[in-house]
Design a protein. Structure first.
Lengths: 367, 131
C-alpha cells in the first residue's frame, strides 16, 4: 500500500491500472495508453501529478539562497510568476533532482520537485537554507493537475469566471499566476501547451470531474512517459541521477555558468568536466522494427557489420505513438556517428542519431 | 475489466492459449489476460516458418508501449504458419487475442504429447489466484 493522492478513488473508479511510482499508488493508464497519448497531442489530456512535491521557500534572502543551491540562475526571473527549470547538484556535480522554480515575490519562491526524491530534496534544501534564514515548507495541502494539449488552456479556462478566465488566458508560456484559489502555471511535461494547476487538495476531485466532463481525457503515467520522451524531456532516475552530471545528461542548457562570479553548489566540478569533455545525450530513432528500451547498449557500427565499439547506452527508450516507431535518449561518447547500432535481444538494429525533441506541439520534428 | 477465457481452448501458466486444429497442428496465441496486462501492443516478432521449437522455448516476443514479453511455445514441433498481419497491426492482439491476434501454427512432433495444459476453468482460477 503506497501513498495516495486526493484523486486516488476517482482513478480506481475510472478503471485505472494502478502502479507504484516513487512510493505512490498512481494511475498507469485508464484503458489505452496510446489513446491517452494521442488525446494530448490532438486535443487535451488530464494528469494527476499530485504526488509531486510543492515546496514554498520564503525569506528576505530567498533569491540569494536559490542562486547558490541551483545550477540554473534565478536571477533570470525578473517578472513575478515566471518559472525556471533547473537541476540541484551535489558538490561533485551529480544531479540530486531536477525541478521547476517559480518566482512569486521577492521573499517567496515556489519549487516543484519529484515525488521519488522528496525526502532527500527537503533535507538538502533545509540544510542549505538555514544559513540564509530561508524557511522551507512543503505544501501537502495542494494537489496538482496537469491539463495538456492544444485545447487544454481553453477547456481549463472555461471552468473559471469571466474575469479569471481572462487572467488565465493571458499567462505567458513558462509563467504562472494566482487565479482565484489556484496557482495556474503554463508549464508541463508533454511538449504541448497547457496548464499545471496547483490547487487546494479538497477542490481537486471537483475540478477533475469538471475537466473530464468538458472532454479532457484522463491520462496516466504511461502516456506521460511517452509524451515527455517524444518531447525530449529528461526523467530523473532514468536519464540522470546523483552519479551523473547535467552536462552528460543533455541538460547543459540548464546550467548557468554566466555570470562567472556566481558561486553555486557543483560549479567547480562542472567547470572541471566542461574542460575535460564528457559523454553527451543524443536522440535515437530506430530504423528497423522493434522497440528501444532503457539500458540497451549502443555500438558505433557500421550497420551490417560487426557491432564495433560500444559507445553508450539507452537511458530512456520507448515506442513513439506519434512517429510510429521506436525512439530513445542515449548517453554516448562525444562524436557518435550519424547512424549507430543498438543491441536488442542480442541482435544489432540500426538507429539514426538525432537531436531531440522528436515531437513538439503535435508535430513530428523528425522524418 | 472482465477477461475472456473461451471454453474450447487450452492454456498455460505463462498465458499462452492453444487451439487444436485437428490436423496435427495447434494454433497458439496469448490470452486476453496477457494482452490486458501488457497494454497497447506495438511490436510482435513471431518465428520463421519451418523453425523447430521445443516446448517451453521462448519463441516469440510481444512488446507493448511499456514492456517486452517473451512467448513460450507450449508444444514441440515445427512452425507451419505465422500471423504476418501482426507486423503491421500488432493491435490485433489487443482487439482479438483469440482470433485475428493468433501468433503461429505449429505441427506437433512425434514426441510424447506436451502439457498437461490448463482447461479454461483452471486457467481462469489460476489468473484469479495470481492476481
Amino acid at each position: 500500500m503506497g501513498l495516495k493522492t486526493p484523486l486516488y478513488d476517482i482513478h480506481v473508479s475510472s478503471g485505472a491500472k494502478i502502479i507504484d511510482f516513487g512510493g505512490w499508488d498512481m494511475p498507469l493508464s485508464y484503458g489505452s495508453q496510446l489513446d491517452e497519448h494521442r488525446a494530448v497531442r490532438r486535443d487535451s489530456g488530464l494528469f494527476d501529478v499530485s504526488h509531486m512535491c510543492v515546496v514554498d521557500l520564503t525569506g528576505a534572502r530567498v533569491r540569494e539562497f536559490l542562486r547558490y543551491v541551483l545550477a540554473n540562475d534565478v536571477a533570470k526571473l525578473t517578472v513575478p510568476g515566471t518559472a525556471l527549470y533547473s537541476c540541484m547538484l551535489t558538490p561533485g556535480g551529480g544531479v540530486i533532482d531536477d525541478l521547476i522554480v517559480y518566482f512569486l515575490t521577492d521573499a517567496w519562491f515556489r519549487m516543484v520537485v519529484n515525488a521519488g526524491t522528496r525526502g532527500k530534496d527537503l533535507k538538502w534544501l533545509e540544510q542549505h537554507a538555514a544559513p540564509f534564514g530561508v524557511s522551507v515548507r512543503e505544501r501537502k495541502d495542494l494537489a496538482i493537475l496537469a491539463v495538456q494539449g492544444p485545447l487544454a488552456r481553453e477547456k481549463t479556462a472555461a471552468l473559471l469566471s469571466a474575469a479569471h478566465r481572462e487572467t488565465a488566458l493571458r499567462i505567458p508560456r513558462f509563467s504562472g499566476a494566482a487565479v482565484d484559489s489556484w496557482f495556474l502555471a503554463r508549464t508541463g511535461y508533454t511538449g504541448e501547451d497547457g496548464f499545471e494547476i496547483m490547487l487546494p487538495a479538497e477542490e481537486a476531485a471537483t475540478v477533475w470531474r469538471a475537466l473530464v466532463a468538458r472532454g479532457v481525457m484522463a491520462a496516466g503515467l504511461g502516456a506521460r512517459d511517452t509524451l515527455r520522451l517524444e518531447a525530449g524531456m529528461s526523467l530523473y532516475g532514468s536519464d540522470m541521477d546523483e552519479s551523473r552530471n547535467p552536462l552528460e545528461s543533455g541538460l547543459a542548457w540548464t546550467v548557468a555558468f554566466e555570470p562567472g562570479e556566481r558561486d553555486f553548489i557543483g560549479r567547480a566540478a562542472l567547470e572541471h568536466v566542461r574542460a575535460q569533455g564528457c559523454d553527451e545525450m543524443v536522440g535515437l530513432v530506430l530504423e528497423e522494427r522493434g522497440v528501444l528500451r532503457n539500458h540497451q547498449p549502443v555500438f558505433a557500427g557500421p550497420p551490417g557489420k560487426s557491432p564495433g565499439l560500444k559507445i553508450g547506452e539507452i537511458t530512456s527508450g520507448t515506442f513513439s505513438p506519434t512517429l510510429n516507431r521506436a525512439i530513445a535518449l542515449a548517453r554516448v561518447q562525444r562524436g557518435a556517428p550519424a547512424r549507430v547500432l543498438v543491441e536488442i535481444r542480442g541482435q544489432p538494429h540500426a538507429a539514426r542519431v538525432v537531436k531531440p525533441p522528436f515531437v513538439r506541439n503535435g508535430k513530428a520534428l523528425i522524418e | 475489466m472482465s477477461e475472456n477465457v473461451p471454453d474450447d481452448l487450452q492454456y498455460t501458466r505463462t498465458h499462452e492459449w492453444i487451439r487444436d486444429l485437428g490436423n496435427g497442428q495447434v494454433e497458439i496465441g496469448i490470452t486476453d489476460h496477457a494482452q490486458q496486462a501488457l497494454g497497447d501492443l506495438v511490436f510482435v516478432e513471431v518465428p520463421q516458418v519451418g523453425r523447430e521449437l521445443k516446448a517451453g522455448e521462448a519463441c516469440a516476443v510481444v512488446e507493448s508501449v511499456k514492456a517486452a514479453s517473451d512467448v513460450y511455445s507450449p508444444v514441440s514441433g515445427s512452425v507451419a504458419a505465422r500471423n504476418d498481419a501482426l507486423s503491421d497491426k500488432p493491435e490485433l492482439l489487443n482487439s482479438d487475442p483469440y482470433g485475428q491476434g493468433w501468433l503461429m501454427r505449429v505441427t506437433r512432433g512425434s514426441a510424447p504429447a506436451d502439457g498437461p495444459f490448463l482447461k479454461a476453468a483452471e486457467y481462469a482460477q489460476f489468473v484469479k489466484e495470481a492476481g
